[in-house]
Design a binder for this molecule. Structure first.
Ligand code: URA
Length: 202
């Protein structure tokens, strides 16, 4: 299956009885369909639900600044969320909603086949790294993990959620830590690229 068909399939998903009624639209994901990097956030917020694009509000602006700090734009990566419908009043995703959205995540990753998954915040991290995620994002952020998720090996870098920066009055200390973590992501991408077979030029 191609990603556009998967997006179509989930645009009418009714697995979560509350979310499928409260949502304005499903926010499937956006970016490069064959990127080696997937950014996995928590859930769409108000701006995202209005526009149908993940991370297009205040948190998204910070994410774009962080990507820019390592020479990337949002079009270089694929961005999606742990659940793809906005929870009412931006409440936390429920366990059942995360479970309901799991197969969609597996199928998305299976099509894109990224080398690196950047898990943004606690919810995304716990889905991809169930064991390490228990320690909490502040303990494990910026570390590089190798994990097998549904039979496929991925490099995973958990990072602090940009919303955290907003809650903390855009603290320079937190922002610097976040930038450092994105430097790590850049290194991981570089290491992977240098391991890929090089084309011979004659
Ligand atoms: N926060 C998220 O986790 N995801 C979004 O798409 C927007 C804000």
């Amino acid at each position: 299956m191609v990603l556009i068909s998967l997006k179509e399939k989930y645009s009418t998903c009714t697995l979560c009885s509350e979310l499928c009624v409260s949502r304005s639209q499903v926010v499937f994901g956006s970016g490069k369909f064959d990127s080696s990097v997937v950014i996995l956030g928590e859930a769409p917020g108000l701006s995202e639900a209005k526009q149908g694009i993940p991370f297009c509000g205040a948190s998204g602006k910070i994410l774009q600044d962080l990507l820019a700090s390592i020479g990337l734009t949002r079009d270089d990566v694929f961005i999606t969320n742990t659940i793809i419908c906005r929870p009412p009043k931006n409440r936390n995703p429920k366990k059942k909603e995360i479970t309901n959205c799991h197969e969609r995540l597996i199928q998305t990753l299976d099509i894109i086949k990224p080398k690196v998954i950047v898990t943004v915040g606690n919810f995304a991290t716990k889905v991809i790294l169930p064991q390490e995620g228990k320690k909490g994002i502040t303990k494990i952020r910026g570390n590089v993990f190798e994990t097998i998720f549904d039979g496929t090996l991925y490099n995973v870098v958990p990072v602090i959620h940009p919303a955290n920066l907003l809650y903390n009055g855009r603290s320079a200390v937190i922002f610097d830590a976040m930038k450092k973590d994105f430097e790590t992501i850049k290194e991981v991408i570089g290491n992977i690229t240098s391991r890929l077979p090089q084309k011979k030029i004659r």
